[in-house]
Design a protein around this ligand. Sequence first.
Ligand code: IMP
Length: 424
Amino acid sequence: MPATVIVGAQWGDEGKGKIVDLLAQDSDLVCRYQGGPNAGHTVIVGGETFKFRHLPAGILSGKQSVLGAGCVVDPGVLLEELDDLERRGIASEPLKISGNAHLIMPWHIAIDGAGERRLGKLRIGTTRRGIGPAYADKALRLGIRVQDLLDPKILRQKIATALEEKNVWLERVYEHEPLELEQVASEHERFAQRLRSYVADTSLLVDTALREKKRVLLEGAQGTLLDLDHGTYPFVTSSNPVAGAAATGIGIGPTRIDEVVGVSKAYVTRVGRGPLPSEMDDELAKEVRELGQEFGTVTGRERRPGWLDLVALRYAVRLNGITKLALTKLDVLSVFDELKVCVAYRLPDGTTTPDFPAHQSDFHHAEPVLEPVSGWGEPLDGCATIADLPQAARDYIQLVERALEVPVTLVGTGAAREQVLAPA
Ligand code: IMP
């Protein structure tokens, strides 16, 4: 603190929502800096489960919450989440949305789905929420932004201009029925009326908060290995989850960031396609999937589990400048007497490396060098601090600390807010 980034250190789904929710208790502001409704945060508070796609988890604690310029916003999905909050008696006013964030429009969702179908076997396995097409239009400077919701005339004009081109693509390339201008425009005019009051200069808001020495959490969606520039391209998302992007995504300078908390599971999972060197065999994977409830929050898809991959984690430490690590879901490994960790990759030329391969062919063919580690084979329910954990579990944590040269300061042992342990 005051400005702390929370970043997924693996392929997303590390349990960031829960860590953000916990750290939000001691924060004044919680901001999302990239991504859109492809993210899925599950937070359990007081026995109640909240599943967010857009909203920063801090909103549950009534903290000022920001969707930064680096985000893409599906207005329909966001309004559903806001309605759900209000129904459960939680105020939505603390939310502020950057006018520079881009909107996910119906054609983005149609093109995402149709594009994946066309790719067939070569598909990426996207969440089909329109993420890639929305960021592509942003880069092409054809996007419609949140601030366009403030002026009904501009909004309608931009939708009409976009549809003229998008309908050609939809019909001729993707064999999709065209979208109706009247329907899209009137739906978005309704969205606009409801969202206008949330639009704000969020860069200024965060800057002011930092000047006033308030504590700001900057929350990344997805994870490091899904980063558009540094992840396992093309099996990545279309934004930059890495910590450096928190500055651009919010609109503050990189010198304002003090701390980077990486979040990693005690094992690893990946959803969608792409290589996963330490992937478990089918039987083990099934067991871990059941124990850890490894099914996508957004799509319900099965996640693919693997042993903890220290090569990939070291890469995440490097890319993000991680200063502290939160290790989640340690309890899921309690059933095993023996565990494995991936300490290096064996490359196609027969050499082994502790470093993440810079070339995709090396990564695609990398074999994991797995080392056996003693399990603890007992539940972790009674533990109140990291010091209470069984010796073998503490050894496992120390092995991670030594390999990464980063302290593990939080350990997750269950789904509830209270089941995140700190040092004694
Ligand atoms: P997109 O972000 O929907 O374009 O999907 C691109 C890739 O990122 C796919 O492999 C998705 O499964 C993955 N992905 C996107 N968001 C998440 C997430 O929040 N958790 C895990 N994987 C994600």
